[in-house]
Structures are given as C-alpha cells and as structure tokens.
Design a binder for this molecule. Structure first.
Ligand code: URA
Length: 260
C-alpha cells in the first residue's frame, strides 16, 4: 500500500472515530476503546476532511451535549505537579496557558521555550512578541480575546521537537482545555500542533490556509509557527504574508473586520 493511501485511510478512520466520539459525548452510543489513530504523531488525535465552506451551523455543539471535562483550574493544578514524562525532571515551570478561557479563538503552538519555562507562560519570548503583534493586527487583544497554549506543557531540553511519548502523555490536558474553552476556531501553529490536532503527517506548507476540523466539530486553521516566521531568510516576507492571509480567513469566519 502506498504511503499516500495509508495516510488517506488513517485520516478516514480518524474522521469516523471523531464522529463516533461526538456521538458518545452526547450519550448516543459507546465506542470501542482502541485509540491509536495517528501514524504520524503516535498519539490519540482525531481529524476530519477539509471543510470547504465552514459555517456556524457546522461548528455548533450537538444539542444535549453534556460537558464531561474538568474545570480549567483543576487541570492546571494537576499539570503543575505532573510527572507523566521525563520533561518534568528538566523543566523549571509548567506552562499551561494565557489569555481568555472563554475566547472564541485558541492559538496552539508546540512547546514552551526557555523564556516560557522561566516565566511559566506560553509565547512570552521573541516568537510570542510576533504572535501578539499578529493578534493585535487582527484587532484583538492577546489578553482578553484569545486563549494561547501549547501541545505540551513542559520545555523539551534545547527546544527540540517533542517526542511522540511526551505528546501522548501530555495531550489529554490539551483536549480538556479545548473541551472547556470550546473555541469557534483553533489556529494550529506549526507541524507539531497540526499533526497532533489533525492526525495527519502532511506538513504546514501544504496544509496552511485550509480549513480543517478538530474532533469533527471545531474549525482549525493550520498556519506557520511564529518561531519559523521570526527566522531570517529570503522566504520570510512571503511566509509572513501567507500567515496573515490565514489569519484573515479566521477573521472572515468570525465576522471580524480588518484593522485599517
Ligand atoms: N514556541 C511554542 O511553540 N510555544 C511557546 O510557548 C513558545 C515558543
């Protein structure tokens, strides 16, 4: 079987599982316990096909859905003393989130870096400054209009990419955060966020700008990671332009007007 076909089948299986999970959430029926759906990230993540023209109706919670998640402060408290993976031995601080816990937009990155590890807050270094500027350019406040977090909550040494087992251990916290915040749109920044949320191995350069679904319910806009955008290089002006186009799609979907 070709790699493309295998990826396609994994994506279809993940979509079906996501649909069944929504059914289960609403009490419609139970689903079997098997969980590994992402060959790429080796974590329990779900995906759905592209969404050509998203609409509010498509992203509404099913009627009668019962919230099963824990309050965010309870999850944050557990994260602060988490020892589920080896990163707990090298971190200075856990990094849970910043912003508004009932925001309509959630920005998700990869993992804390050195500044974030130091301060215990996500996106407070150079990449975070760019992210805040991009959010402000959308006419939004990074403090009160969006929720910002990462796939994993502890800094990998040397800022390496998180290992699959680190993501598997940590991602249930993110799922709980997303259950609780229940954003209308998730902006998945960079390959780790994209592969984990969507269960795909397709990279950001191919996926960016295309609407996807998380758990068959919440719109996801894949885009470049701000750390990538702050690097010097001949492509960077073009990459920044593309990232801005992606954010404009988010603004359009949410009925936000462009800042002049
Ligand atoms: N990069 C990330 O992915 N997250 C942060 O919080 C900071 C840098």
């Amino acid at each position: 079987m070709s790699d493309d076909l295998r990826a396609e089948l994994a994506s279809v299986a993940a979509s079906l599982r996501a649909y069944l999970e929504v059914q289960e959430d609403t009490g419609a029926w139970g689903i079997p316990k098997a969980t590994k759906v992402s060959a790429a990230a080796n974590v329990h993540v779900v995906t759905a096909p592209s969404v050509p023209s998203p609409s509010s109706a498509a992203i509404a919670r099913p009627a009668g859905a019962v919230a099963t998640h824990r309050p965010l402060d309870v999850v944050a408290a557990e994260v602060s003393s988490c020892e589920k993976c080896a990163l707990s031995r090298t971190r200075k601080n856990t990094v849970f989130a910043r912003g508004n816990p009932v925001a309509k937009i959630c920005f998700i990155g990869e993992a804390p870096g050195a500044d974030e590890d130091e301060q215990g807050l996500p996106f407070v270094g150079k990449a975070g400054q760019l992210l805040d500027k991009m959010i402000a350019a959308m006419g939004l406040s990074p403090e009160s209009d969006v929720y910002i977090c990462n796939i994993i909550k502890c800094r990998p040494p040397g800022n390496r990419t998180p290992l699959p087992e680190e993501i598997s251990a940590c991602v249930p916290y993110l799922h709980e955060q997303l259950e609780s915040v229940d954003p209308k749109v998730i902006v998945a920044m960079g390959n780790t966020a994209i592969s984990t949320l969507l269960g795909t191995s397709i990279g950001v350069t191919k996926l960016r700008g295309q609407w996807k679904l998380y758990k068959a319910r919440t719109l996801v806009m894949p885009t470049y990671h701000p750390s990538y955008l702050v690097r010097e290089g001949p492509q960077q002006q073009q990459n920044k332009r593309e990232a801005w186009e992606d954010l404009q799609k988010v603004m359009k979907e949410l009925g936000l007007s462009k800042k002049t």
